[in-house]
Design a protein around this ligand. Structure first.
Ligand code: FAD
Length: 493
């Protein structure tokens, strides 16, 4: 299309691009497009949680996700390190205590600085920020409403939907919505009570890990398996470690009801799915981490013809993030089949902006995205789990190499630091998946994921010289196969 005609079309609209949702994906997309010369507006609006929690610009990651969670994880690790320091000769008083409100305030101050940073960046890049809730009127028009109910409409040549998700409540459990909280509220709680039950998803394990680590009595209720979708052997190491660390687990259990007693304590009734027996106990707090619901309900998608998957509520997208309406795109957690991770939302947003401007044709590669679960024993991985590798290639076609090692004077990691590489047995033994549990798993996995993207083989690993003494070097020294049945415990340097 000639430039003149392109300008004519664009000129009909208030903006070249309007993004609904100022989280990881939406901010990245809007800033990139503006940098490439587009006229861009981004709408971001936070609907308060049932407990009234709300926050500033930046979406889930910054306000109620990755960042506050990682800081609280760090707070817990520090507590463990202080206790371990005794074994290294530090004279530490026997009773250590943690002050929740000091931590929460420090976390909130950091989050607020990030909120401010995002506003400044939008201003610098000339992206119009509207603190308004948006929905679609037609395929080029958005209705925006602010907290006071003031309305306006904006038009755009292209629209990107990046409204993310919010924690789900198990609405079938009486008392769940009234008395339970979610991860959205957890990080804002200035005074967290001392007894807690988390009902399980990955986020539950992470929250339970740091709650235990800062000294709170914490129980995780798991209906079926922990860390679904992850390698189940590694998942077992993570939860075994957590149990040794002090987190209680109620396996194969499901909550039936929550009542508030006159004392303010919550009485939880649950059922053991194996024995069908009902149990009761009291807790100060119940945290639901049972999954997230996409923020698609209020966008008026059906009116405009944007198709969603009825079961997941997510928007159906093509490889170029296009929805069923050609000028409307969806990125991040609301898009069907995309990993619910910040870096993928950011990268997808930037690449989409470049394609919309005609600057590039590069598509987002969603394969082999590395990730880490920030539990007390951190677990980082990239590629296939052993189960998935077996399913795709057959048990006989894959080789699993592993080691178990203990680290440090305290040896609290004994039996728990374990790695395996799932690789094809034939040819150059291409690595299909790498899994690492141990300190700084995110840092270790990030490095190896680069090799993974470049077509890592077992031979590459064998030819790499390690950095000693580190935990990461164990990954390149793996030589015992699971199939051999030999003891894989590392006993020397
Ligand atoms: P969001 O970041 O959720 O942004 C969507 C924004 O749109 C929000 O601000 C929302 O309020 C706004 N919005 C919604 N509807 C409208 C509307 N109609 N109009 C205007 N604005 C609207 N990922 C990682 O990679 N690593 C981690 O360690 C990690 N930890 C996590 C821990 C927790 C507790 C949680 C909950 C998530 C975690 N995630 C992590 C996931 C990560 O936060 C998300 O994948 C990421 O934020 C998704 O980005 P997004 O742009 O799709 O949406």
């Amino acid at each position: 299309m000639c430039l003149f005609r392109k300008q004519l079309i664009t000129g009909k609209f208030d903006y070249d691009l309007v993004v609904i949702g100022g989280g990881s994906g939406g901010l990245a997309c809007s800033k990139e497009a503006a940098q490439l010369g587009q006229r861009v507006a981004v709408l971001d609006y936070v609907e308060p949680s049932l407990k009234g929690t709300k926050w500033g610009l930046g979406g889930t990651c910054v306000n109620v996700g990755c960042i506050p969670k990682k800081l609280m994880h760090q707070a817990a690790l520090l507590g463990t390190a202080v206790k371990d320091a005794r074994k290294y000769g530090w004279q530490i008083p026997e009773s250590l205590s943690h002050d929740w409100s000091t931590m929460a305030e420090a976390v909130q101050n950091h989050v607020k600085s990030l909120n401010w940073g995002h506003r400044v960046q939008l201003q610098d890049k000339k992206v119009k920020y509207l603190n308004m809730k948006g929905n679609l009127v037609d395929k080029h028009t958005i209705r925006a409403v602010n907290a006071k109910g003031k309305e306006m409409t904006v038009t755009a040549k292209n629209i990107v939907l990046a409204t993310g998700g919010r924690p789900k409540y198990p609405t079938h459990v009486p008392g769940a919505m009234e008395f339970g909280i979610t991860s959205d509220d957890l990080v804002n709680h200035y005074c967290f009570p001392s007894l807690c039950v988390c009902v399980c998803k990955d986020v539950a394990l992470e929250c339970a890990g740091f709650l235990t680590g800062i000294g709170l009595d914490t129980t995780v209720m798991v209906r079926s398996i922990a860390l679904r979708g992850f390698d189940q052997q590694m998942s077992g190491l993570v939860t075994d470690y957590m149990e040794a660390y002090g987190t209680k687990f109620s396996w194969k259990c499901t909550p039936k009801s929550i009542e508030k007693l006159p004392s303010g304590i919550l009485r939880v009734t649950w059922m053991n799915l194996n024995t069908k027996e009902e149990h009761q106990d009291t807790f100060n707090s119940v945290l639901w981490a049972v999954g997230r619901a996409s923020e698609t309900k209020t966008l008026n998608l059906d009116k405009v013809g944007v198709e969603i998957n009825i079961e997941t509520g997510k928007i159906i997208v093509a490889a170029d993030e296009a929805t069923s309406v050609p000028n409307i795109f969806a990125i991040g957690d609301i898009a069907e089949g995309r990993p619910e991770l910040t870096p993928t939302a950011i990268k997808a947003g930037k690449l989409l902006a470049r394609r919309l401007v005609g600057h590039s044709t590069e598509l987002m590669n969603y394969d082999n995205v590395a990730t880490t679960v920030f539990t007390p024993l951190e677990y980082g991985c990239v590629g296939l789990s052993e189960e998935e590798a077996e399913r795709r290639h057959g048990k006989d076609q894959i080789e699993v190499k592993y080691s178990i090692f203990a680290m440090g004077v305290v040896r609290h990691n004994i039996k728990f630091s374990y790695k395996m590489v799932v690789c094809l047995r034939e040819g150059d033994q291409r690595v299909l998946g790498m899994h690492f549990t141990g300190p700084s798993a995110g840092e270790v996995t990030q490095g190896f994921s680069l090799g993974f993207q470049c077509g890592l083989t077992y031979e590459h690993l064998r030819n790499t010289v390690g950095i000693h003494p580190t935990c990461a070097e164990e990954l390149i020294k793996l030589n015992i196969t699971k199939r051999s049945g030999l003891d894989a415990t590392v006993t020397g340097c």
